[in-house]
Design a protein around this ligand. Structure first.
Ligand code: DGL
Length: 268
């Protein structure tokens, strides 16, 4: 048994969708959540730069917070850095791409799956590779959705503007008649109503959050790293941007558990 916390990070609010699933499934675990809101969005950046950010955050989680596991709750960071981080660190590292692909393959009945993500994630080819590795004969349609993350980070999840943007960006997926749409960016579940309205009732939206939480639970069980105490875990919230805004929007998107937000200044 191991009472150290689990580290979770994202460029901003998106990873909260994964943190929510983890807290629901593993309520006794302590969590340290880092939102790199000072440097969001990651999607339009070069993957090399995102890799550096992911390495900095992981180093801080391991060195300053003594985490027992790191969940890269950001598709762009996972696409850029997960393999490297697994090589560099001894603690288990969990990404969101493979769990999302598994969940989408479970959900599809026609084998026509769509995946949407940031420009960085889609251009990296990470989803195309992860789906091919499953050898499930999937017809995959990929689309980048630049702008979606910015709407979420502004707290604008249901406006006419986001609906118009969704109509345009999701058109290729409707045309390709996907029956399952994988939300390949952890911010996108916050836009699920808009995305669902545009895609129609017959398309199943899949997020990687639950499947990622199941993977975390399986690793804790296999490695014996689960927390000894059965009490409620402590959750810490850390932001590299403005902590007051993270607290305010975080409470709206996630709930009143986001109370104290600590400042993190990345060293360059
Ligand atoms: N939540 C991140 C992801 O899953 C969003 C990235 C961004 O900052 O653009 O890709």
């Amino acid at each position: 048994m191991d009472d150290r916390p689990i580290g979770v990070f994202d460029s901003g609010f998106g990873g909260l969708t994964v943190a929510r699933a983890m807290i629901d499934l593993l309520p006794a675990e302590d969590i340290v959540y880092v939102a790199d809101t000072g440097r969001y969005p990651y999607g339009p950046r070069l993957l090399d730069e995102v890799r550096d950010f992911a390495r900095q955050i992981t180093a801080s989680l391991v060195a300053s917070h003594d985490v027992k596991m790191v969940v890269v709750a950001c598709n762009t960071a996972a696409a850029a850095a997960l393999d490297l981080l697994r090589f560099e660190y001894e603690v288990p590292l969990v990404g969101v791409i493979d769990p999302g692909v598994r969940a989408a393959i479970k959900a599809t009945t026609t084998r026509r799956i769509g995946v949407i993500g940031t420009v960085g994630t889609i251009a990296s080819g990470a989803y195309q590779r992860a789906v091919a590795a499953q050898r499930a004969h999937i017809h995959l349609t990929c689309a980048a959705c630049p702008g979606f993350v910015e709407f979420v980070e502004r707290g604008e999840t249901r406006s006419d503007q986001v609906h118009v943007l969704a109509e345009r960006l999701l058109a290729p997926l409707r045309q390709d008649r996907v029956d399952t749409l994988l939300l390949g960016c952890t911010h996108y579940p916050f836009l699920a109503r808009t995305i669902g309205d545009v895609m129609g009732r017959d398309v199943v939206l899949v997020s990687s959050a639950d499947e990622t939480a199941f993977e975390v639970r399986a690793i804790l069980a296999d490695t014996g790293l689960g927390r000894r105490s059965a009490g409620k875990g402590v959750h810490r919230w850390i932001s590299s941007g403005d902590t007051a805004s993270f607290r305010e929007l975080g409470r709206r998107l996630f709930g009143p558990e986001i109370d104290d937000v600590e400042q993190w200044v990345p060293s360059h």
